[in-house]
Design a protein around this ligand. Structure first.
Ligand SMILES: [Zn+2]
Length: 304
């Protein structure tokens, strides 16, 4: 891992940002490999961020396990590892910046009240006068207008935040900073220029772009790669019992990941080391070749 980090000198700075809720599974490996190959094929930096903001969901040792897995798979990051748990002061400053613009408000609406609004928050606490009597979240006002971007994989994506999402939470009822606020503050801090991640996050992207605009941050380039779903159509994740990957099978895993991402690694490199395979992947990487949708059933990925 190179120690010098002169972000400003690089035209491409990518990142991988796992939450340490458990070891990597094949779905998170795909995101790691895609962001790594895209960064390295563009002579960029590939930074690492541990999104450890929710201690109750993070088993002890999970972050270390993920880092071990990445190293064993030849996915070595550049520069210092950033832990979100060390960033609370900065998130608070970001929150104050938004509050100063009178864009934030307290909301103690219950989950069932929001459900009865059709699950899109209707902004009913925007102009409340009374103080909330129970635990409250802090929401950000949205605007009735289109936010749109060109995704490197999925193409044009547009969303009207107020209509499709509603005023969204930036500090949760349990007082933890919400993902949307933290990720935008961190991408700005790390000077991230390119974000390659799973397509389950594409509908968060307009919220992040909106926050970047409010905070005068540059908007990175986005590419959302397909996610793997199980037979029930659920995202492959720890909640759905996705099997953690076993890095004993590193070369095979990297081979499968590259195939999933639209590359055609020859059978002859199947036995090569993870680093040799990744070097092959960097040389031929083409983000335009990544399919928009997952087309490999989970069973064929986990079968030995
Ligand atoms: Zn409310």
């Amino acid at each position: 891992m190179s120690s010098e980090l002169t972000n400003q000198d690089h035209c491409y700075i990518g990142r991988f940002a796992p939450s340490p809720t458990g070891p990597l599974h094949f779905g998170s490996l795909i995101a790691a490999v895609a962001s790594f190959l895209d960064a390295k094929a563009n002579n960029g930096l590939w930074l690492m961020r541990m999104e450890d903001l929710d201690p109750l969901r993070e088993p002890k040792g999970a972050a270390e396990k993920i880092l071990d897995q990445l190293i064993n798979l030849g996915l070595e990051w550049d520069g210092e590892l950033l832990y979100q748990s060390t960033r609370l002061e900065d998130y608070d400053k970001t929150l104050q910046q938004l509050a100063k613009k009178e864009l934030c408000y307290e909301c103690d609406c219950s989950r069932s009240a929001i459900k009865s609004m059709g699950s899109i928050y209707n902004g009913q606490c925007r102009n409340r006068i009374s103080k909330p009597c129970s635990d409250y979240a802090i929401r950000l006002r949205t605007e009735n207008g289109i936010i749109e971007f060109n995704d490197l994989v999925q193409g044009n994506y547009r969303q009207n935040l107020e209509v499709e999402i509603g005023d969204f939470v930036i500090v949760r009822k349990d007082k933890l900073f919400a993902y949307q606020l933290a990720v935008v503050a961190d991408d700005a801090l790390q000077n991230i220029t390119h974000i390659i991640r799973g397509n389950d996050l594409i509908d968060s992207t307009p919220r992040q772009i909106y926050l970047q605009q409010l905070l005068n941050y540059k908007t990175p380039i986005y590419g959302h790669i397909p996610i793997i779903v199980n037979a029930q159509g659920q995202k492959l994740s720890k909640q759905h019992f996705a099997t953690p990957i076993d890095t004993k099978h590193g070369p095979k895993l990297i081979h499968q990941a590259m195939k999933f991402l639209g590359l055609s690694p020859p059978a002859t490199i199947r036995q090569a080391t993870v680093k040799e395979q990744l070097a092959w992947g960097i040389a031929v990487w083409d983000i335009q070749a990544v399919p928009k949708l997952a087309n490999i059933p989970e069973s064929s990925l986990t079968a030995e």
